[in-house]
Design a protein around this ligand. Structure first.
Ligand SMILES: [Zn+2]
Length: 454
């Protein structure tokens, strides 16, 4: 290569980087709209862009191809209020301290909508779960407007109405879709989309069992799920419920596709669209059926993460990401806002995102884990005593988390356990809320009704 050619390429690279950098705000210098979609219970490996053989997500596949797709995004919790508060505050569960429904959001912590509001954004939270906002005291306070809707379709139309061209201030809308959460709710006309297809095993037959640990079926179909959406001939077949789960993903995917199509219209303000989940769902792994929370196995932690918009580079990323702490940090970097000190995450859109890091997940009550590129250490506390048990997995060879290597690899065990101890220490250092749940009777009843309390 001649020196002149090198200079041209370098100049082109520099210009390219300038182009990417300056594109982080709109061409007219205004801040982009930001739409953050969280899909409750959406595990990454059931999206076709993550390799799932069923065509569940044509719209998200397109967004992934045009934007940034993160192949290794690990939720900060498997428990809805805990994960959602991590995304709200950009902090680990041990710092924000929300371990269960009914615990208040720590008012001393800054929040993603709070920071954006100070930058001139109007902030919205839309959800189709009437329990959510009453179950998380203080959550709604952090937004300018909160809206509860009866369906995902209504939420979608509200987003589009809110983001009509011509609105003066930039807007941040966080929408939480519930259709992939039990009872899995595809559109009725599409409920049979994957029934008896090539991946459906009609010969599976499991007992219907009383639900335990929140709402899991252990070794069988949880009774309340069979009652909610069972079918007389298929109710013993786990593939039936998984097919419903997948069809519910199709419903949400179509709505997200509708949003993206509208956002791409030239008359609209530039819009950054981010799609992720609060956590995944166990669909039979570890003999645990059709629920979340209570554990931190891979199907609960591996969630999708896609950034899409004219300011987002086109890239597939394999480095590890903690979406709930990294999304706020990445938004701040994109908008060139200095991140407030309490936010823990890193900018994963930039080239300097760390390729090696320890990531933590915290079920909030009984289970914690730390992972590096290859290893994962789980710590489970007994529900009734202070006793703890550890499980160590070498994920590269054992992605199903089946062989506990605590005794065989004491060196790795000690290294990761030290990281967990540091994680817990951070919690006690930051003065997190120590008050455990003091739920009133009405809240307890509401929690039981949706399966979060026994
Ligand atoms: Zn959830």
């Amino acid at each position: 290569m001649t020196p002149g050619y090198t200079i041209i390429i370098r100049a082109a690279l520099v210009l390219g980087l300038v182009g990417i950098f300056s594109a982080r705000c709109s061409a007219d210098g205004s801040m982009p709209n930001i739409v953050l979609i969280t899909v409750d219970c959406l595990r990454a490996d059931h999206l076709s862009c993550y390799g799932y053989p069923r065509k569940t997500t044509p719209a998200l596949d397109k967004l992934a191809a045009e934007g940034m797709l993160f192949l290794n995004a690990f939720a900060q919790s498997s428990h809805t209020p805990t994960a959602m508060c991590s995304l709200l505050t950009g902090t680990s569960p041990v710092v924000h301290g929300v371990k269960a429904w009914g615990m208040p959001v720590n008012a001393r912590l800054d929040t993603l909508p709070g920071v954006l509001r100070r930058q001139g954004y109007t902030t919205y939270f839309f959800i189709a779960n009437t329990f959510f906002l009453s179950g998380l005291p203080g959550y709604s306070r952090t937004f300018d407007v909160c809206g509860e809707f009866s369906s995902a379709e209504e939420i979608t139309e509200k987003i589009l109405e809110q983001l009509q061209p011509g609105a003066g201030k930039p807007q941040f809308i966080w929408a939480h879709y519930m259709n992939v959460h039990r009872p899995y709710s595809p559109l009725p006309a599409e409920a049979g989309l994957f029934m008896h297809d090539a991946w459906y095993d009609a010969n599976k037959n499991l007992p219907i069992v009383p639900q335990v640990w929140d709402s899991y079926g252990i070794g069988g179909i949880p009774l309340n799920l069979a009652q909610e959406c069972g079918h007389p001939e298929e109710q013993h077949n786990p593939d039936y419920y998984t097919a419903l789960y997948d069809a519910a993903i199709v419903r949400v995917d179509r709505l997200i596709g509708r949003l993206a199509q509208q956002f791409a219209a030239p008359a609209r303000r530039q819009t950054l669209l981010i799609v992720t989940a609060d956590h995944g769902e166990m669909l039979g792994e570890q003999d645990l059926y059709f629920h979340h929370g209570g554990f931190l196995f891979e199907p609960l932690l591996r969630v999708p993460l896609i950034f899409w918009g004219p300011m987002v580079p086109r890239r597939r990323c394999e480095f590890p990401v903690g979406p709930h702490i990294d999304i706020p940090a990445s938004i701040f970097a994109l908008l060139r806002i200095p991140p407030p000190a309490s936010f823990e995450g890193v900018d994963v859109l930039g080239r300097r995102a760390p390729r090696k890091r320890f990531l933590f997940a915290d079920e909030g009550r009984f289970v914690w884990c730390v992972r590096d590129a290859a290893w994962k250490l789980l710590c489970r506390r007994d529900m009734h005593t202070p006793a703890v048990e550890y499980e160590l997995y070498y994920l590269k060879d054992d992605p199903a988390e089946s062989v506990n290597l605590v005794k065989r690899r004491p060196d790795v065990f000690a290294r990761l356990r030290e990281q967990l101890q540091r994680y817990w220490q951070r919690g006690s250092d930051t003065g997190r809320l120590e008050s455990e749940n003091n739920l009133d009777a009405a809240t307890q009843n509401a929690l039981r009704a949706v399966g979060y309390l026994q």
